[in-house]
Design a protein. Sequence first.
Length: 141
Amino acid sequence: MSAPTTPADLYRHSLRLLLEKDIPAWVGLWAEDGVMEFPFAPPGRPRRLEGKEAVAAYMRPYPDHIDLHDFPDLRIHRTSDPETIVAEMRGIGRLVKTDSPYDMTYIAVVTVRDGLIVSYRDYWNPLAVLEPGTGFAGSGR
């Protein structure tokens, strides 16, 4: 596949990497100083991750908690800033520990510069996916 050329292309590529459980490649889409934010994070969970390494550490165990199967209903909206998109979608799959269904609606505001993610605000409902006994509330990226 050729390199993504627009923020929307990069975002679609990032979703494919999550479905493939290729977290190192997903992290590779980030700028060194990229910031990931979770405005609705529950107490005890990070609200802001600063830098590629912090994002990598947060996402590394993701496939051990959530087994994503698809992102149906993806809608990507352009904004007045050509480097920023707003994505609406559902993430479906299963929670690994309990083998229960996972179905979460997300809105993400993503900014890309020089072909890398510099800002990712992930709006989701963490209360809907707290895994009993793990303390893990996963996000969509």
